[in-house]
Design a protein around this ligand. Structure first.
Ligand code: UDP
Ligand code: MN
Length: 274
């Protein structure tokens, strides 16, 4: 049964992050989500790619990086560093959905996670670097223009303590740490691959139940090299040799090479024949 008023939402402001969004969208499809898939993009995303995005996502919505025509807009203009942050906040404008789950474009689902929609706004998993803060790579929210405007106003007045959406959202939803344990998603719904090295026994004990991996940090799966013949992620001097890390990367690349690359190659052929 499909649920048309709930959606998974992600964001890609450029063609590079679109690769992540496509793999995430495909992973949600592979695990037969009953929810809609929505993608926020900005004008920078190339037109050829948009047709591919539309074949994976139910809805591709173009938003501007700074497009709110009110006083908050002006205040934000003084803070260009908040640009990408502001873009993520657009997810609250998707009011044709009653409830959504936002997922970063560098996440990947390992199983069906539709039960996330049983949670309320604002639910998220702890950040592995500072567990009294949530990580803003996966969160449950309710679209609302009222909340959206309050967030913009908050951003203009207080900025973000980390310069990104995570600092802003943690300040705005500041009772998350203490008020309601039901809003703490299990860490398994936002397993940052880097944590695998910080608490190996826990990973060995619980890691098999991981539901969502998050390739948090500077090096994203699409920055690695992959050998299409051997189906192996190529290791170089800077690859951390952890087997778990490599198995998550391989999973990402398997989806990319099996489902996304063929679409990109078709597009290339069509563009070449024009
Ligand atoms: N993002 C984007 N374009 C950018 C940077 C970020 O579209 O240039 C989006 C994308 O959905 C990404 C999210 O914002 O997953 C958060 O950024 P990122 O995942 O790079 O941060 P991290 O999780 O590593 O802190
Ligand atoms: Mn991320």
């Amino acid at each position: 049964m499909s649920v048309t008023d709930q959606a998974f939402v992600t964001l890609a402001t450029n063609d590079v992050y679109c690769q992540g969004a496509l793999v995430l969208g495909q992973s949600l499809r592979n695990h037969r989500t009953s929810r809609k898939l929505a993608l926020l993009i900005t004008p920078e995303v190339s037109s050829g790619l948009r047709s591919i995005l539309r074949s994976v996502f139910d809805e591709v919505i173009e938003v501007n990086v700074l497009d709110s025509a009110d006083s908050v807009h002006l205040a934000l203009m003084q803070r260009p560093e908040l640009g990408v942050t502001f873009t993520k906040l657009h997810c609250w404008t998707l009011t044709h959905y009653s409830k959504c789950v936002f997922m970063d474009a560098d996440t990947l689902v390992l199983c069906n996670v539709d039960e996330l929609f049983d949670r309320e706004e604002f639910s998220a998993a702890p950040d592995s670097g500072w567990p009294d803060c949530f990580n803003s790579g996966v969160f449950v929210f309710r679209p609302s223009l009222k909340t959206y405007n309050l967030l913009l106003q908050f951003a203009a007045e207080h900025g973000s303590f980390d310069g990104g959406d995570q600092g802003l959202l943690n300040s705005f939803f500041s009772s998350w740490a203490t008020a309601d344990i039901g809003k703490h998603l299990p860490f398994l719904y936002n397993l940052s691959t880097s944590v695998v090295y910080t608490y190996i026994p826990a990973f060995n004990h619980f890691g098999r139940d991981a539901k969502v991996v998050h390739f948090l940090g500077a090096r994203k799966p699409w920055n690695y090299k992959y050998d299409l013949q051997t189906k192996k992620v190529m290791q170089d001097g800077t690859t951390d040799g952890s087997l778990h890390q490599l198995s998550f990367l391989s999973l990402w690349w398997n989806i990319y090479s099996a489902s996304i690359l063929p679409l990109l190659e078709n597009l290339q052929k069509m563009e070449d024949s024009e």
